[in-house]
Design a protein around this ligand. Structure first.
Ligand code: A2P
Length: 275
């Protein structure tokens, strides 16, 4: 595996398995952050209209000189833009802010109750029009996916959920595996809140890697798409230098056992239209 290892989505499109997340990267900092990541070899950038930084992401992509088709770009529709018409308008605005003709993946950011199946119709439309090469959801638990399945025409290609060793959404993961929906992990490092965990430190020493690299490797070997966020060049480099070692079965199991249902973000069942 190398930094540009891709995974095949259920519509045939390839997604680089490791990308850069830019949640909470301020608009004035995102240009440098993304530019640097692209120079280091990242080819997958995950943003959202809610992050308020799509313009800088798009400008960094353009200025990088890297052919557009070599970079995988994801953005998302925010909670107050749900509905068939609104979501299409929101998509057009995102494309405009990014300065792109298409995105590689467009996601429903959160399952806003009762209206998300209608919003999905808008995503299906932009997909059929070719302006999003794949569509998917974020923060959907298995019951949200089941509800969506009742009316969907296009199966989501991915479900992007909070996922890290202390939060493994087994039911949702099993459902997605069964349906061929790729899992993407957001806050894959648990926002760096437990990198000093003794097991992570011990495995870091064993493999001569940092705790963050151990976690990222765990995601890759579990077949998740992983989008660690860092604004720091050294840490960006560290996070992508994870293709030169392999965690053995036993250590993977030990990492699996860290699960304690610990969230760093909101619960998907408590979505409101708040900012
Ligand atoms: P920074 O941007 O200063 O590097 P997550 O992706 O799980 O949400 O985690 C993001 C947080 O983890 C950010 O605070 C980021 O800080 C920090 N972080 C990212 N990569 C590393 C790393 N390799 N080692 C330590 N902290 C990291």
């Amino acid at each position: 595996m190398n930094p540009n290892t891709t995974k095949r989505l259920n519509n045939g499109k390839q997604i680089p398995q490791l990308g850069l997340g830019v949640y909470k990267v301020p608009a004035e900092q995102v240009y440098e952050t993304v530019k640097n990541a692209l120079e280091l070899g990242y080819r997958h950038i995950d943003t959202a209209s809610f992050y308020g930084n799509e313009e800088g992401v798009g400008k960094a992509i353009k200025d990088s000189g890297i052919p557009r088709e070599e970079i995988f770009v994801t953005t998302k529709v925010w909670n107050d833009d749900h509905g068939f018409e609104r979501a299409q308008e929101a998509f057009a605005k995102s494309l405009n802010r990014l300065g792109l003709e298409y995105v590689d993946l467009y996601l429903i950011h959160w399952p806003v109750p009762t209206i998300f199946p209608e919003t999905w119709k808008a995503l299906e439309k932009v997909y059929k029009d070719g302006a999003a090469k794949a569509i998917g959801v974020s923060n959907f638990l298995d019951h949200h996916l089941q509800e969506l399945a009742r009316t969907q025409e296009v199966q989501p290609a991915v479900d992007q959920i909070e996922l890290h060793p202390k939060l493994v959404e087994t039911r949702t993961i099993n459902y997605c595996h069964e349906k061929g929906i790729a899992i993407e992990s957001w806050s894959p490092l648990g926002r760096a809140t437990y990198l000093d965990d003794p097991l992570l430190v011990k495995l870091g020493e064993k493999y001569k890697k940092s705790p963050a690299q151990i976690i990222i490797r765990w995601h890759l070997q579990r077949d998740f798409v992983v989008i660690p966020k860092s604004t720091n060049s050294e840490r960006q480099r560290e996070n992508i230098t994870v293709f030169d070692f392999h965690l053995d079965e036993r250590d993977m199991k030990l990492l699996d056992q860290m699960d304690e249902g610990m969230r760093v973000g909101s619960h998907p069942n408590n979505v409101s239209i708040q900012k």
